[in-house]
Ligand binder design. Structure first.
Ligand code: GLU
Length: 302
């Protein structure tokens, strides 16, 4: 083993669609091309949307694809006590404060927004007095104070990326009002505890890498390498979602072999020069980040 540890961290809220398969394929190939280890983790923090039967289907689909994992770590739904300990660590350092803002206030048109439509937290509850807090009637979410500082990374596919947390993100939530830790905290703790050295996932999460780097710094964890993969779009240009049943694995497995499916995704993403079938083992030899495209990939040949 090379000391490199990659991972795939799906949310089991439905059958995998090609976008998930693509992220898993690149994450697996990146780790295996270096002789590394591959870890699987179910991100089932949202117990209302996720189900064990979807987790089982994901495992079965990954096996069918040949994207095997060396170990599976505990699913997030069973780790609330671990996340609570890290939350406490931040709280003891005075880095957290309760936030009583409603969803509608945060998303209102007057709130500052980023280009992608998500809001930048303006710090409404940052300096409430104890008396003001005591007068609140709803349970609070908890936000971490962010510094007026840039966090930057060299992404294997998108190159240099930076974000000033105070200006481009604002203090962000680490625990919801119902006491459940959020993805941002859980992903950082889980990756670090599993010894993950490279985080490969969809480019929709590139923007949250600097937030995660900030938490890694606060907890004293090393930063992993990041490699984000382009999003796949349906032939009409829409981003794939779990609702695209025609492009989920239940349907695709009826029409393609695993090698045909991997071969087409490799071709569309620039990893290979022809759309012929390729096995996972062959891909581990062929794989190079240099060949991977960074623009969205249209699934016109499925
Ligand atoms: N659970 C997330 C998803 O299914 C991925 C998170 C990550 O890879 O960091 O989209």
């Amino acid at each position: 083993m090379s000391g490199c540890v990659g991972r795939f961290a799906p949310t089991p809220s439905g059958r995998m669609h090609l976008g998930n398969v693509f992220a898993a394929m690149v994450a697996w190939a990146s780790a295996k091309s270096k002789g590394g280890e591959f870890v699987l983790r179910m991100e089932d923090l949202d117990t209302l949307r996720t189900r064990e039967e979807y987790a089982s289907a994901i495992r079965e689909d990954l096996r069918w694809l040949g994207l095997t994992w060396d170990r599976e770590t505990e699913p997030q739904s069973r780790r609330s006590a671990v996340y609570d300990r890290y939350w406490e660590l931040l709280r003891e350092q005075g880095l957290l404060y309760p936030c009583y803002c409603t969803r509608s206030a945060l998303h209102s048109v007057n709130a500052p927004h980023r280009d992608d439509g998500t809001y930048i937290y303006p710090g409404t509850c940052r300096s409430l007095t104890d008396a003001e807090r005591a007068a609140m009637t709803r349970p609070p979410a908890w936000r971490v104070r962010v510094p007026d500082r840039e966090f930057s990374l060299d992404d294997w596919n998108y190159g240099h990326y930076r974000q000033n947390l105070a200006h481009e993100c604002g203090d962000f939530v680490v625990r919801r009002a119902d006491g459940v830790s959020v993805y941002q905290l859980a992903v950082v703790v889980d990756d670090a505890e599993a010894g993950v050295t490279e985080v490969v996932r969809g480019v929709d999460l590139l923007g949250s890498a600097p937030w995660q780097m900030y938490l890694q710094e606060l907890f004293g964890f090393p930063h992993p390498h990041y490699g984000h993969v382009p999003l796949l779009t349906a032939p009409d240009g829409r981003r794939l979602s779990k609702r695209d049943a025609s492009l989920d694995l239940a349907t695709l497995r009826r029409h393609y072999t695993a090698e045909q499916l991997l071969g087409r995704m490799c071709y569309l993403s620039g990893l290979t020069d022809c759309p012929g079938a390729i096995s996972a083992a062959e891909l581990a030899v062929e794989f190079s980040w240099k060949k991977l495209k960074s623009e969205d990939i249209c699934l016109k040949i499925f």
